[in-house]
Design a protein around this ligand. Structure first.
Ligand SMILES: [Zn+2]
Length: 471
């Protein structure tokens, strides 16, 4: 038997995110081995416990991202000015096939480290670049090399799901790689085009046979729509474990089908706002009583931290509420979406969506110890902490993530990742970038990053500028 390891967070403002959303000022969180042992004031440290002073900080559950294409982190920021159309052309039609297994590995390692650094302890790797079993092994190897909790959502945009999901290689991968590791979950990731022949049926049948949840980009303007939802529903493939990503461009009827079958929606607000899947649907989901989790989608545009997701989601929901009221010549005096709600979505929303709610998502005795301490004594933004949920959603950022535990193990401490080989991660990603530039050619590479800007016509102005002239 190995010796017990214990970590005690001392004297923090503890957001337990339990069902009652209990907040404990000046409280301690004791972690023994893999689990939260106790949460309360003035706990006794077991002999040999690592004590972490949480004074002035917020202790909360690790955050959960339910949809991120980690392999695309190798292209960090490249598509900052893209629309969804440009993304589809680049990844689906032209260049996605250039990624080798080592490129999937490089992107995954970097994105996984980035998540831990930001206090995201569970990430669904929506891995739709798995062209061969070697690519899939590379993705799984990368996730297993980083000490976070991951769900590998297996996908392959180079084939129809009815092809890859029914292949012996896919079965072989699942039997070889999935189920033995507590920290690596599994989903199947594919989209439903709405083709009346419903060819995706074969992939859903495999998922059902394997007992594996399906995650699907649904309600994406110009790509997936109500027909896909209807086909899934009519064939009995909508389940409580189904995760609908974006679900932005859908009708009332589709939201009702999702609500009635118990599934949840992964909202990627920054993505929906910039790429154009549809308006971030939190207002629709609220009206239909559909559970929500948050996600960052891809670092080809955005970073992988959920502070951005919480902030953007509050902004989008409230912005729409005000705008619609102004159209009716009304004033919103009380907003619906609260900071507390988005912190819940970033933690419990994710654990519920992934069927892990009894495992992670809250700080309660017996839960696996995925814990984040937000504390930054050098930051003028860390005091006063008056509204703790508001502080997490609107004030804190990744630089304030002081300590992170996953499964009881310290993976970040004093603002630094523990044992992460960033030099190696950098070298591997640089090799991927070199390979892509060499394969595409420098001109195509530059063109891909800098899409044309549509012309803007300045409106005619009836007023004459008399007070100033251009010097
Ligand atoms: Zn996506």
């Amino acid at each position: 038997m190995t010796a017990m390891t214990a970590v005690l967070f001392r004297n923090g403002l503890v957001l337990t995110m339990d069902d009652a959303h209990t907040v404990l000022p000046g409280a301690d969180v004791l972690v023994v081995d893999e689990r939260v042992a106790e949460v309360g004031v003035g706990l006794t440290a077991p002999p040999g416990a690592v004590e972490i002073d949480a004074t002035g900080g917020i202790v909360m559950p690790g955050m959960i991202d339910t949809h991120r294409h980690l392999w695309q982190t190798a292209m960090r920021g490249y598509g900052a000015d893209w629309t969804l159309t440009q993304y589809f052309v680049w990844y689906y039609l032209e260049s996605g096939r250039h990624f080798r297994p080592e490129d999937i590995h490089a992107g995954n390692v970097l994105g996984a480290l980035e998540a831990l650094d930001a206090g995201v302890t569970t990430t669904v790797d929506w891995s739709h670049g798995l062209q061969t079993p070697q690519h899939a092994d590379a993705a799984a190897d990368a996730l297993e090399s980083v000490p976070g909790r991951f769900v590998l959502a297996y996908g392959n945009i180079q084939q129809g799901p009815w092809e890859w999901a029914t292949s012996p290689e896919f079965r072989d991968f699942v039997s070889r790689r999935i189920g033995g590791n507590d920290l690596l979950g599994f989903q199947m990731a594919f989209d439903v085009t709405g083709d009346p022949a419903f060819p995706e049926r074969a992939a859903f049948e495999v998922a059902r046979e394997l007992g594996v949840p399906v995650t699907t980009h649904a309600g994406v303007w110009g790509a997936t729509n109500d027909d896909g939802i209807r086909l899934m529903h009519e064939h009995g493939f909508m389940t409580p474990s189904t995760v609908y990503v974006h679900a932005a461009t859908l009708t009332h009827d589709s939201y009702q089908r999702i609500a009635a079958t118990g599934g949840s929606v992964s909202v990627s607000t920054e993505s929906e706002q910039s790429a154009g899947q549809g308006y971030p649907p939190t207002w629709q989901l609220r009206d239909h009583g559909i559970p929500v989790s948050l996600s960052m989608d891809t670092s080809v545009w955005w970073s992988g931290d959920l502070f951005s997701a919480m902030r953007a989601t509050l902004g989008a929901d409230r912005s729409r509420e005000h705008l619609q009221a102004h159209d009716r010549a009304e004033t919103v005096t009380h907003v619906h979406l609260r900071a507390e709600q988005v912190v819940d979505w970033a933690t419990r929303g994710g654990s519920r969506a992934l069927g892990l709610d009894s495992v992670v998502g809250s700080l309660q005795p017996g839960r696996k110890a995925d814990v984040v301490l937000l504390k930054n004594d050098d930051s003028p933004v860390m005091f006063p902490i008056l509204n703790p949920y508001g502080h997490v959603a609107f004030q804190a950022q990744r630089g304030d993530v002081h300590t992170v535990l996953v499964n009881g193990r310290i993976v970040k401490r004093d603002h630094k990742l523990v044992g992460a080989d960033l030099a190696k991660a950098r070298q591997d990603v640089e090799r991927t970038v070199e390979h892509l530039i060499a394969t595409m050619g420098p001109e195509a590479w530059a063109r891909g990053m800098n899409p044309d800007i549509p012309a803007t016509k300045v409106l005619d102005n009836p007023y004459t500028y008399t007070e100033w002239t251009n010097a």
